[in-house]
Design a binder for this molecule. Structure first.
Ligand SMILES: Cc1cc2nc3c(=O)[nH]c(=O)nc-3n(C[C@H](O)[C@H](O)[C@H](O)COP(=O)(O)OP(=O)(O)OC[C@H]3O[C@@H](n4cnc5c(N)ncnc54)[C@H](O)[C@@H]3O)c2cc1C
Length: 301
């Protein structure tokens, strides 16, 4: 174990006690004991194997736009893929690395008049993060369009997962909460569309996004929408818009956004999240569930 730790420290590019606040859109959270940003699969695989041998937890981070990192940080290895490949073929197949910014994948598709993922215009983060959490809007998610995903398993082996095994549902795939599998790349299958209709859909999505708080430090929607309902509407009904705990606040513009007003700690945000859940449950009888993923909290979900 000691030997594995020593070797882990020697991996090229490895950072130690790297602040995760600067890698997340909430801008809160403590350091990761080990942080590796790389596009080299062999190096990443080696790091994962060594971390496992040293009995350290491993997690991947894309754009950090859907995570809340504990103030104490993450006592293990964070893998950040900094790959940027995005290949598109004439038949509407898009093959992209997990580290590629999602907006690049979406823009590439639109630029070639391939339709399907216009709903993802404006969603921050990486392609890998979007696949893991089936990011989307308006009843659609990016993973619906995936035909396969290549990932690194707990043993550091490269594997491929076919669509049928992705376990896709609302804001979920089998990769969302796993700390063992790291998506390396994914393939989407789109179809050719009418440029006018594609542009109309993009315009509609951009307009719909207009209500989001601009430039706020947040992780998008804090809660999943319950069946046939909207979390933001329920939180608003419970009178919680503008509710503050420490430096964390329920956005006065959109109740499903919890924002860091500049001084929030992860603890402030967690307490506010649980207060909102309790109030909505007590007042309206609906149990909200977090969309945001916790990192470094025990027990990890
Ligand atoms: C202003 C704003 C607006 C947003 N709007 C939307 C929206 O409209 N719709 C929506 O769905 N989301 C939205 N989000 C949330 C977020 O942008 C998406 O969930 C996004 O897809 C997360 O990608 P990421 O790369 O930032 O993932 P991260 O936050 O880095 O990670 C999220 C989860 O995915 C896992 N993960 C990341 N990369 C990998 C990988 N390579 N392999 C395996 N697991 C991985 C992480 O471990 C973590 O569990 C918004 C966020 C913000 C800040």
């Amino acid at each position: 174990m000691q030997n594995a730790l020593q070797q882990l420290r020697k991996i090229p590019g490895m950072l130690f006690d790297e602040s995760l606040a600067k890698h997340t859109t909430f801008q809160v959270g403590g350091p990761a004991s080990f942080f590796l940003s790389s596009n080299d699969v062999t190096t990443i695989s080696q790091a994962v194997r060594l971390a496992r041998a040293a009995e350290l937890p491993v997690a991947s981070l894309g754009g950090g736009s859907n995570v809340l990192v504990a103030d104490a940080g993450f006592p293990g290895l964070i893998i950040h893929l900094d790959s940027t490949r995005c290949d598109v073929r004439e038949d509407g197949t898009i093959d992209a690395d997990a580290g590629t910014v999602l907006s690049r994948v979406v823009r590439t598709a639109i630029g070639k008049n391939f339709t399907g993922i216009e709903f993802a215009v404006g969603i921050p983060g990486s392609f890998g993060g979007a696949l893991a959490g089936n990011a989307g809007t308006g009843g659609h998610g990016i993973a619906e369009y995936a035909t396969s995903v290549t990932y690194l398993d707990a043993q550091g082996e490269v594997r491929t997962c076919a669509k049928a095994d992705l376990d896709v549902s609302y804001r979920y795939t089998r990769f969302k909460y796993t700390e063992t599998d790291i998506i390396l790349s994914g393939t989407l299958q789109l179809t050719t569309g009418s440029p006018t209709e594609i542009q109309a859909r993009v315009k509609e999505v951009v307009e719909r996004r207009g209500w989001q708080p601009k430039g706020a430090w947040c992780a998008g929607c804090a809660f999943k929408n319950p069946a046939n309902n909207h979390a933001g509407k329920l939180i608003d009904q419970a009178g919680l818009k503008g509710k503050k705990i420490g430096g964390a606040m329920v956005s006065p513009e959109h109740a499903n956004f919890i924002v860091n007003t500049g001084t929030a700690t992860a603890e402030d945000i967690v307490i506010l999240i649980s207060y909102v859940k309790q109030q909505v449950r007590d007042q309206l009888g609906v149990q909200l569930e977090e969309e945001v993923r916790y990192l470094g909290f025990a027990p990890s979900n």
